[in-house]
Design a protein around this ligand. Structure first.
Ligand SMILES: [Zn+2]
Ligand SMILES: [Zn+2]
Length: 137
């Protein structure tokens, strides 16, 4: 990125800092002009419409915005995408909960396994060698 002061006019051997810009419709010459009275860069733009180069640059730097109808459409699309993202987050949470419940129901094992996993006291009826044996399968 070059600094504003580094833009120069079209003078060949010692170009001056660009201060003005030609905005004449139909002008085919290099548009940037310095402010030196004797500089040759002004010759191609005699009688042409000129403006301050820094003002033109400020205009270029303004953020681009959509016309109102397109801005409204763009907002609707943003809102739709936002809604879909929220719906998908809810779906993911439900899916994870479902998988967790499925794991517990199908692979969670016996009462004995849950009692041990939660470090709860064991019951005599369910704490048999056979059930401990089943734990290891
Ligand atoms: Zn010049
Ligand atoms: Zn011109």
């Amino acid at each position: 990125m070059i600094a504003i002061g580094e833009y120069t006019c079209s003078e060949g051997s010692s170009p001056g800092e660009a201060v003005l810009v030609c905005v004449e419709p139909g002008c085919g010459a290099y548009a940037l002009r310095c402010c030196r009275k004797a500089c040759s860069c002004k010759n191609a733009h005699l009688g042409h419409q000129l403006m301050d180069f820094d003002i033109l640059l400020k205009d270029v730097d303004r953020p681009l915005t959509l016309p109102a109808p397109q801005a409204l459409l763009e907002k609707r699309i943003e809102d739709t995408i936002e809604g879909l993202i929220r719906d998908l987050e809810v779906l993911r949470a439900k899916h994870r909960e479902h998988v967790k419940e499925h794991l517990q129901r199908v692979y969670g094992g016996s009462t004995l396994r849950r009692q041990l996993a939660e470090r709860r006291p064991l019951e005599r009826e369910t704490s048999t060698g056979n059930n401990f044996s089943s734990l290891l399968k």
